[in-house]
Design a protein around this ligand. Structure first.
Ligand code: PAF
Length: 282
């Protein structure tokens, strides 16, 4: 596995790979790998002749009061994991490399970034789309693989790629969960033992919503109420949002007819967690 830290070297490798007619798959990450990342890398390995994984904790997507400084980091462990999976290139640029002095260009996707996460993290998606657009320009992948855990992020990136004719195939991969149902996330490491137990209510509430849906309920309001009721059984938990929206556009819906998503965010103590589930007719 090659470790590349400069944009110049990464661009020249991509140029060579493309000229040789080979396919590049990219998995963008912020590191601290868990099984969720590994499932993305395995899919990338399957799709690309050359698999590039980027590891960059992107300051532009963290709000001022968020956890950029304390975001978990373990480069040497990540490096070994990536090597074990068969990653060809681990791209690890510095912040100065990605955002040099004088940097002033950002990519903004409009409507779809406003609800849900957008209400609580108003500058987040601008940071995500900017860094992902930069990574696409540098790595020039044929396909890029993202997790469905960040459901809105996936919808926003698909929108950006279509609107800006980026020509990258976007692949969404299912959420990977711990055995007890908690969606895997690098931020789970912040949870104390007690908080982790409380966090399980996130998935329990989705299961309740899913049960409602399977029994024929198609009214988003009633599904949301049922999900909230489960979360509120825990004390140290604050709901930020529970929403049911169209899975492709994230528009509000009165009744579930097409594929819809229930997405939620809550805080357990100071730890912010998100999760979601897609309602698909059997
Ligand atoms: O999902 C993430 O880890 C990040 O938002 C991403 C896509 C790597 C951009 O920094």
């Amino acid at each position: 596995m090659q470790i590349v830290s400069t944009i110049k070297e990464m661009c020249s490798i991509s140029e060579g790979v493309r000229t040789a007619g080979q396919i590049i798959a990219l998995v963008p990450t912020m590191g601290y790998f868990h099984e969720g990342h590994l499932s993305l890398m395995r899919e990338g390995r399957r799709r690309g002749d050359v698999l590039v994984v980027s590891l960059f904790i992107n300051p532009a997507q963290f709000g001022e009061d968020e956890d950029y400084a304390s975001y978990p980091r373990d480069f040497s462990k990540d490096k070994n994991i990536a090597e074990g999976i068969g990653v060809d290139i681990l791209f690890v640029p510095t912040v100065e490399e990605m955002y040099p002095e004088g940097y002033q260009s950002f990519v903004e996707v409009e409507t779809v970034t406003k609800p849900m996460e957008g209400q609580f993290r108003p500058t987040h998606f601008r940071g995500v789309t900017t860094v992902v657009a930069k990574l696409f320009n540098i790595v020039r992948p044929h396909s890029a693989i993202f997790g469905e855990k960040d459901f809105q992020q996936l919808v926003v990136i698909r929108r950006m790629v279509e609107d800006l004719n980026m020509g990258v195939e976007i692949i969404g991969m299912p959420i990977v969960r711990e055995r007890d149902g908690l969606a895997m996330s690098s931020r789970n490491t912040y949870l104390t033992f007690e908080q982790r137990k409380a966090a399980l209510n996130l998935n329990r509430s989705l299961q309740k919503a899913s049960q409602f849906f399977r029994s024929g309920e198609r009214n988003p309001k009633r599904i949301i109420e049922a999900a909230k009721e489960v979360i509120e059984r825990e004390q140290d938990v604050t709901i930020e949002y529970v929403e049911v929206r169209d899975a492709k556009t994230l528009e509000e819906i009165e009744i579930i007819r097409e594929e819809a998503v229930i997405a939620l965010a809550m805080k357990v103590g100071k730890v912010r967690l998100i999760d979601n589930l897609v309602f698909r007719d059997p």
